[in-house]
Design a protein around this ligand. Structure first.
Ligand code: SF4
Length: 347
């Protein structure tokens, strides 16, 4: 993976992200309410459906719930879009999510508040490089994470999300298939540990989850010995090793809801805290420690790309109906095959 590229992009982006958070904090409640009212009207006027990810700003999540849209993980977002009666889908998240929605609903128009919102996993796995990597192992099954571009999905035999990855890898291993996994090395190494499958890993990572720290989490566990530790498997393996539960965003939400514990330490993007607190008003949630708000912290458990979505640019895109997602039809057809394998596997 091109670490220099990812590091440069993320450091600049993080600075911009901090400035944006500061600016957003200056927007008054009255201004936010006016934006929300305007967005609601525009959604109605355009017969559009709002689909948001758990990591975007809590105001956008709340709005999506209010207008009977959807707040979920990337796969559920795309499935919701496919089932929606609207011909216009507004996806608040990052670009691969807009692409996945478009691949599953090629006949619909998919727009996003910004087309600049990407992902370090996507950036770190260019299709041409991944193709060359795969060509070295022609006898292996190619399994990629949903957090990739449409072009990379089109190269794969399977696309999986973190909530179904273990089951799919177990299944392939039971067929004696050898696997190429990309792009998240931490999730890949977690899958190897869980399944013992023969896997070759691409060297990519998520800048948010990569920053959770073993030492800090160990100290935090000592401070809150009665807390359950919930960790997303994109985190480093030492951090995963301290978890009581390892799972995708949806699995973390379910686990917190169903657990008898009253306290949790959570290692994933802090956008999820909106849902955790809303669903569990009597429970306490703590953010797992990252490098801290210092020079070495690139995300501080908040995805800078998810943070590019705001009420303001959501309103703008609904006024202009631009920022449309296009996927080459041939690429879309191929990517749809590997995505559909996962969808059909689950059902
Ligand atoms: S949180 Fe990580 S995996 Fe998710 S979009 Fe941001 S960089 Fe990508």
């Amino acid at each position: 993976m091109n670490d220099t590229l990812t590091n440069t992009v993320s450091t600049d982006l993080f600075k911009q992200h901090q400035e944006r958070i500061h600016k957003n904090n200056l927007v008054s409640e009255k201004e936010n309410q006016a934006l929300k009212d305007s967005i609601k009207e525009l959604l109605k006027k355009n017969n559009a459906t709002l689909i948001a990810h758990y990591y975007v700003d809590h105001q956008i999540q709340a709005l999506a719930e209010e207008v009977n849209g959807c707040v979920s993980d990337s796969l559920e977002m795309a499935k919701f879009g496919k089932l929606s009666k609207s011909n216009l889908l507004v996806v608040a998240g990052v670009k691969f999510m807009g692409e996945t929605a478009k691949i599953l609903s090629p006949e619909k128009k998919v727009i996003m508040p910004t087309l600049e919102a990407t992902c370090s996993l996507d950036i770190g796995c260019p299709a041409e490089d991944f193709k060359n990597f795969c060509s070295q192992y022609p006898d292996r099954e190619i399994v990629v994470y949903a957090n990739t571009s449409a072009k990379v999905k089109a190269l794969a035999d399977w696309v999986v999300t973190s909530s179904i990855a273990v089951e799919v890898i177990e299944y392939l291993d039971s067929l004696d298939k050898k696997i190429i996994w990309g792009p998240d090395k931490h999730l890949g190494s977690y899958l190897q540990t869980q399944t013992d499958a023969d896997m070759i890993l691409w060297d990519g990572s998520c800048i948010v989850h990569d920053e959770f720290k073993f030492d800090g989490l160990q100290k935090m566990k000592k401070l809150h010995p009665d807390a359950e530790v919930l960790v997303h498997p994109e985190s480093p393996k030492e951090v995963v090793g301290l978890a009581d539960m390892v799972g995708s965003t949806s699995q973390i939400l379910n686990s917190a809801k169903n657990s008898k514990s009253k306290k949790f330490i959570v290692a994933t993007d802090k956008g999820i805290f909106y849902q955790l607190l809303k669903n569990n008003p009597n429970k306490e949630f703590y953010e797992a420690p990252t490098a801290g708000n210092g020079a070495t912290c690139k995300s501080c458990s908040q995805c800078p790309w998810m943070g590019l979505n705001s009420l303001k640019n959501l309103e703008e895109v609904l006024k202009n109906l631009d920022n449309e997602i296009y996927v080459d039809p041939q690429v879309s057809l191929q990517a749809n095959k590997s995505l559909s394998r996962m969808i059909n596997f689950k059902s």
